[in-house]
Design a protein around this ligand. Sequence first.
Ligand code: GDP
Length: 379
Amino acid sequence: MGEWLYLIIGIAVLVVATTAGLLASGRRKTPPRDTTGVISSTTTQAPPGTSAEAPVETPVETPLEAPAAPLVERPEGTASRLVRLRQRLAGSQGALGRGLLALLSRDRLDEDTWESIEDTLLTADIGVAPTQELVDRLRSRLRTEGSQADARAVLREELLTLVDPSMDRRLQVSGADGQPGVVLVVGVNGAGKTTTVGKIGRILVAEGRTVVMGAADTFRAAAVEQLVTWGERVGVDVVRGPEGTDPASVAFEAVKEGSARGVDTVLVDTAGRLQNKAGLMDELGKVKRVIEKQAPVTEVLLVLDATTGQNGLIQARVFSEVVDVTGIVLTKLDGSAKGGIVVAVQRELGVPVKLVGLGEGADDLAPFDAEAFVDALLG
Ligand code: GDP
């Protein structure tokens, strides 16, 4: 009887031990969880066929898709945004054209009237020299063509000449020899630089291009986070570094990452602390030089806030001394009647306005079109 009891207890112990063992091995099949949430881009996003390299030495990281990635948006194409934003441009700039037309339509264009025309143009920030040129042209044309002349048509033609439709306003977003195009975006803090990088990213995505963004404004954690959010919304990865990292190293890694992935364009946001001009010179110059160890910079866009008037022109001068600006982005044209700054800044730098910001919405950035701009002015 005692032997039977020992035998039953023995079998029971064996069954319990086996079951526990199976459960334990089943649990081990679940992979360990990644607790960092941030994985080095070079080790995880290497394209198929390339060997997994050693982790990058610089502390630059690319956030991978979070487990609960937000839905990727489909940004608006450029054709439809032009139609939509034309209205907004007419709303903010129309008063200038209406004011000029009202003055030019007077029966007698006396000296007082011409002075008022000059004042109207100066108030719109067109600048002293272009204002004088325009007034001279209008005076002589209206004198020779007489009262038969259609003041509106003459004004349209002369404004268009000032804005210069012959300038090449295409963004250089493509590289050569299999390298990505590199767009460096510069400007003072608050001009709308980070927002503009995000918005350009959306334009490129809408055009079916592949993009990587570099958050080289490493002095402002908020700017980095802002850019990451812009990227996430359209499925674009952002290369970033810890706060205070050398901006040039982040820019370098972004372009390296873009080249490794074979993307079309790398967009690089930069810091814009104008307080220290010498420091800014060093920093931006270095960012550009370091990037060009990887691939040539194809476009340097200067972002200017249209509401800042003469201050914007001074900034433009400083930045153009530091880097070769190839295009201007005028932001906040929706909130300012000073569209004349388009003419003034193009004159100042000799480079075209390529894009205009017309609102805080994600797709409120449009290619600049000289004719559409003048038509919006004239209402
Ligand atoms: P950054 O400091 O130069 O990077 O400037 P941000 O990109 O952070 O922009 C500063 C502010 O300007 C933000 O509140 C933007 O929403 C706003 N902003 C940028 N572009 C435009 C624009 O075209 N129109 C309007 N109304 N606001 C803009």
